[in-house]
Design a protein. Structure first.
Lengths: 14, 256
């Protein structure tokens, strides 16, 4: 099954 | 002091319509060179990034950097006051508590003014890494909209596959499975073109629901650019002629 990933996993906080 | 006048106010109206279903409260960044905003949806799956250059405005003045916190839902309500042929002027003082929005129709001599109250938003800015996307697909925005809309009636998820020969949108659901495949097409009729720039093939899955929300921006641009990288979120990009660009980022679906 596929789950939805979060943008937080790719982008860092400035 | 900030003041910007856009002759084709309809563009601003369309931009607000194109982001209001994704983000609620947004900090609009004003700088001497233009207007930008970056905001995520509440589930942190999608991000909206807008950049408008001062060059696209009939008149633009921003003495310093300013942040204007705006409720997009309320801004959309105010935008409804605008006629499609109106010119739109945005005005804010330093340390402003409201954004003044003026709609003017030079032909009918009708002027509408609204002072939209600003809000304080505690939002985090994300650093989006510079990415060299290994697959870039440029496709007629109306066609991409239609593909997403029709596939959504068959499945919640679409798998996008790129290679040097084609881009493929495939679904698998209770109804069955299938795919729409578009080959590279640089036909003379520009609007029919599909341009594939693929250095490395990509295969990722995405929630179609979000793509449908992004595609509201298809009225802003004849073409949609899809930028893909196997390890990165999808970018769905709409260029706004002479003014800037509206980009949406969408996190992929991954194996549990």
């Amino acid at each position: 099954a596929k789950g939805q990933s979060s943008l937080a996993a790719f982008f860092t906080k400035k | 002091m900030f003041e910007a006048k856009l002759t084709e106010g309809l563009i601003l109206k369309k931009i607000v319509e194109s982001i209001k279903d994704i983000v609620t409260d947004v900090n609009i960044d004003i700088s001497p060179s233009g207007i930008s905003l970056q905001a995520m949806d509440s589930s942190h799956v999608a991000l909206v990034s807008l950049n408008l250059s001062m060059d696209g405005f009939e008149h633009y003045r921003a003495d310093t950097n300013m942040v204007l916190g705006v409720s997009i839902a309320n801004l959309a309500k105010v935008m409804k006051l605008a006629d499609n042929n109106d010119q739109i002027t945005l005005q804010a003082d330093q340390e402003a508590t409201h954004l003044k929005i003026i709609f003017e129709n030079p032909k009918t001599e009708r002027t509408t003014e609204f002072n939209l109250n600003l809000i304080t938003i505690d939002s985090e800015h994300l650093a989006i890494p510079e990415t060299e996307y290994s697959s870039v697909v440029t496709i007629n925005s109306g066609e991409f909209s239609k593909i997403c809309k029709e596939l959504f009636s068959l499945s919640e998820t679409v798998q996008i596959t790129t290679n040097t020969d084609y881009v493929q949108f495939s679904v698998e659901g209770e109804v069955g499975s299938g795919q729409v495949r578009l080959g590279h097409n640089d036909s003379e009729k520009k609007e029919d073109q599909t341009i594939l720039e693929v250095s490395e093939s990509v295969q990722q899955q995405f929630a179609i629901r979000y793509l449908n929300m992004f595609n509201k921006a298809s009225t802003l641009s004849s073409f949609t650019r899809l930028c893909l990288h196997q390890e990165q979120p999808l970018v769905v990009e709409f260029k706004i002629d002479n003014l800037g660009v509206l980009k949406y980022f969408l996190a992929p679906k991954i194996s549990d």
